[in-house]
Design a protein around this ligand. Sequence first.
Ligand code: ADP
Ligand code: MG
Length: 704
Amino acid sequence: MSEYYNVAEIFGENVFNDAVMQERLPKKVYKRLKDVVSEGRELDLETADVVAHEMKEWAIEKGATHFTHWFQPLTGVTAEKHDSFITAPMPNGKVLMGFSGKELIKGEPDASSFPSGGLRATFEARGYTAWDCTSPAFVRQDAAGATLCIPTAFCSYTGEALDQKTPLLRSMEAINNQSIRLLRLFGNTTSKSIIPSVGAEQEYFLVDRQKYLKRKDLIFTGRTLFGAMPPKGQEMEDHYFGAIRERIAAYMKDVNKELWKLGVSAKTQHNEVAPAQHELAPIYAEANIAVDHNQLVMETLKKVAGRHGMTCLLHEKPFAGVNGSGKHNNWSLITDDGINLLDPGKTPHDNVQFLLVLTCVLKAVHKHADLLRESAADAGNDHRLGANEAPPAIISVFLGEQLQDVLTQLISTGEATRSLKGEVLQTGVKTLPDFMKDATDRNRTSPFAFTGNKFEFRMVGSNDSIAAPNVVLNTIVAEAFSDVCDVLEQADDFEKAVHDLIKEQATAHQDIVFNGNGYSPEWMDEAERRGLPNITNMVDAVPALTTEKAIALFEKFNVFTEAELVSRGEILYESYAKAINIEARAMVDMAGKQIIPAVIKYTTALANSINSVKTACSADTSVQEGLLLEVSGLLAEAKSALGRLSEAAERAYAVKEGREQAICYRDEVKAAMDALRAPVDKLEMIVDKDMWPMPSYGDLIFEV
Ligand code: ADP
Ligand code: MG
């Protein structure tokens, strides 16, 4: 049965948004709250009390019984602790529902259960969540009932950031301050603020829930640790944009509805390159809200899948040999009055402000390529980046024909005098209109591509928060802006100084630009010649956080202290070690308890059948015997590889937590995992399918 609804009516119905506040809050309170948000000040308790009261009344109308401070600790997922609205029971046996301004503004979860990377000892476990009034509260409805969720930042007792949001808000302030400085120099006196705008395209896989439950690797690690390629892979490319099947269509409809109610503007949806893979893109929003929304998108994708008898896999590489999942972080800088600093206009060559901004971005990305790479580092993402899949592990910028041409003019003559124009694209079909081709084609292999009026950072892992990449982007560009403002504010001849800066930056940073095929082996060599870092795994990406360059950058713009950076590095090493440890243990478990016993059953059956054939008649059994020999050989190989993996995992586990342990997991445990997987995948191709103890890739990705 289909249910129809009006999107405009349900959109944002569970969000305590501006319209609701305007309607429900006393005028004075509403104005005070708006001022606080736009001026970035602290909210007074009196105002908070009124807001909290109205928020509670509104939430209770939506069926809410509890409230929670919703925050993003460094575990990669969101956290919450639910409190009921119930206050003291009254003499008449009823209860009062209460929610104070203090409860709205500040919470006190037990910080010791969240990673802090040594920032505080457990005996000083106090941590605070503080209301982020720039991101609206919302009511989430699910099996647990309805809950008022208040987006918050999470800090330690001594004020260090323990979450994703605090540095993000700090970085937004940094880019705001430096952008305004820049705009004023160009004579803009009207824009009050600049906000990084972000749209995160999210890729994901859907598999059948019953089949999923038969795979311990999927359950424990989110990816398959064994699995032979199906006879048909994605080489047919018939999945992409294919007719979205009924089951998936019903799912997407449900996802959209849930997201729309939460004010998340899910806009486009389509099938992706790999079978069973899909993508969802929202309309872009302010960075801070986009980060929250992306968390809601991931939660919703998972939650709704359950209702449709499916499981949503957000792992970067659920199936070896099949295209993985990522996130495209679209980023631009837009003023409160709607000016996009990355909009080149029709003739970029004479848009001086744009050219300065563009060359600043080139400089920022060139100088801090290692940090940008680190912001996308994740144990799961190691299977994509640098593993011959989109995009490569080397950071470079794609500009496209039009901007490349302008850049070339600038570098060679110091002057850009023309911009390439888009041409008319002739379709050759009379009934189809001819249309203007963009002046620039797309490049799908670039990790950081200019796409019209925004940059698209394509390295982010599908499972990760988009906070870290945006923190880096905001801060590195703030630094580049600050550097040029330092020069321009002192310049006698502004026009000339701008002109010189553009030429200087274009020349000094042209090496970060690459418009070719990012997968080609020639690019690896060329990138090396240009001195661009090629960081192929997470463990090698982490040190970028604590270089002198990084510490100076983040401290200058008050985004991270050195202690915070060091702690984040520790957390990353720990999370890497944990991820690989769980994978290794899951493999040992599956191989020992499921796969090896199944293969033994198969060989026993095979041996018995050889004997029966021999007893019954004297027919030739050489084929069966050959098979038995082959399977027994692989079985022995698997058994000994299993032993070696157990040992390697134990050894790594015993190493002291930190970089050294992470290296041990990467170099020893992962190698032992590969050595076990190889014979098992071969066995899967030989052993009777009925006897194989779990669904195959083919079952999982072609039969959703
Ligand atoms: P593309 O086809 O290049 O992927 P889309 O228009 O489909 O572009 O947009 C992809 C994502 O980029 C969407 O989430 C969209 O909201 C976002 N986006 C579009 N314009 C901007 C912008 N100026 N700043 C940030 N994100 C943007
Ligand atoms: Mg895209």
